[in-house]
Ligand binder design. Structure first.
Ligand code: C2E
Ligand code: CA
Ligand code: CA
Ligand code: CA
Length: 278
């Protein structure tokens, strides 16, 4: 038993060292990922539950690492958020997404692009000016851009509050609270934020209809959103049952594998924009 304990200890130490050095190397690689063109965006469509029409698409970041293959964003974004790296990556995403939107906007008159923002981007100087000049450069109107901030990120700092209070609204951008229900936003604060949308976190949607608590939570979030006159989106919709439940509960928009996984820009065009052009 003692030996076993030691082996286990050694195993863990080894793994820990590996993890630290691997993380370190991954961060180094990430620093070069933009210039090496290893980052790209995939797009996941969002549909109106009432009419079935395409409303928009969320862009999600991908990193094709030369040796490790596809690194999931849940792994490299938190890593990037530990340093200023997230600012460069976040800027690349904004630029790439707005440029893409410039090409798409004429083909679907109401198409919106949802872009995830890290709270560190909000507290950095110059975000508003940067967004303004990108929109100008590409001829995209601010109403086409739906910025997503996670509920936990929203509560993070004074700088985020200041940005939201003073700059976001004046830019005319749309703001969404992502992963709603998993953070700690106070309900009284919700109505003071310049947001237009709540996004119900996938963790509540995924066990519908099996989990009664999740059903109750989802219904409450939809009710809250309607009461505050906010648009409400469900993410992670995977089944016809979930779709029907959400529609009947009054949810506006759905996104999830039931409709489509996130796809490349080229595939998005073929699947969703071609027929609209003709
Ligand atoms: P998120 O913003 O909550 O994005 C939704 C995640 O759920 C995406 O994972 C998406 O692929 C996945 N998803 C969508 N529908 C379904 C479904 O029906 N079933 C299941 N099982 N999953 C579904 P992804 O692309 O791996 O992104 C993970 C997270 O990484 C995102 O969560 C977001 O927090 C972050 N992220 C991705 N791209 C960016 C970015 O450009 N900037 C920032 N700051 N964060 C990003
Ligand atoms: Ca999101
Ligand atoms: Ca989300
Ligand atoms: Ca989520």
């Amino acid at each position: 038993a003692k030996d076993q304990g030691r082996n286990r200890y050694e195993y863990y130490t080894h793994e820990l060292t590996l993890q630290v050095s691997q993380r370190f190397r991954l961060e180094g690689d990430l620093r070069h990922a933009i210039e090496r063109r290893e980052l790209y965006l995939v797009w996941q469509p969002q549909f109106s539950l009432a009419s079935g029409e395409l409303i928009g698409a969320e862009c999600l970041l991908r990193w094709q690492h030369p040796e490790h293959g596809l690194v999931p964003p849940d792994e490299f974004i938190p890593l990037a958020e530990e340093s200023d790296l997230i600012l460069f990556i976040g800027d690349w995403v904004l630029c790439a997404a707005i440029a893409q939107m410039a090409g798409w906007q004429a083909r679907v008159p109401s198409l919106k692009a949802s872009i995830n923002l890290s709270p560190r981007q909000l507290s950095a100087a110059g975000l508003s000016q940067r967004i303004r000049s990108l929109l100008e450069q590409y001829g995209v109107s601010p109403g086409r851009i739906q910025l997503e901030l996670t509920e936990s990120g929203l509560m993070e700092s004074q700088a985020v509050n200041a940005w939201l209070g003073q700059e976001a609204a004046s830019l005319g951008l749309l703001l969404s609270i992502d992963d709603f229900g998993t953070g700690y936003s106070s309900l009284s604060r919700l109505k003071t934020l310049p947001i237009n949308q709540l996004k119900i976190d996938r963790s509540f949607v995924k066990d519908i209809p099996d989990d009664e608590n999740d059903i109750a939570i989802t219904r409450s979030i939809i009710g809250l959103a309607r009461g505050l006159e906010l648009e409400v989106v469900a993410e992670g919709v995977e089944t016809a049952y979930q779709e029907r439940f959400l529609r009947e509960a009054g949810c506006d928009i759905a996104q999830g594998y039931y409709y489509s996984r996130p796809v490349s820009a080229a595939e998005f065009e073929t699947r969703y924009l071609r027929s609209q052009k003709e």
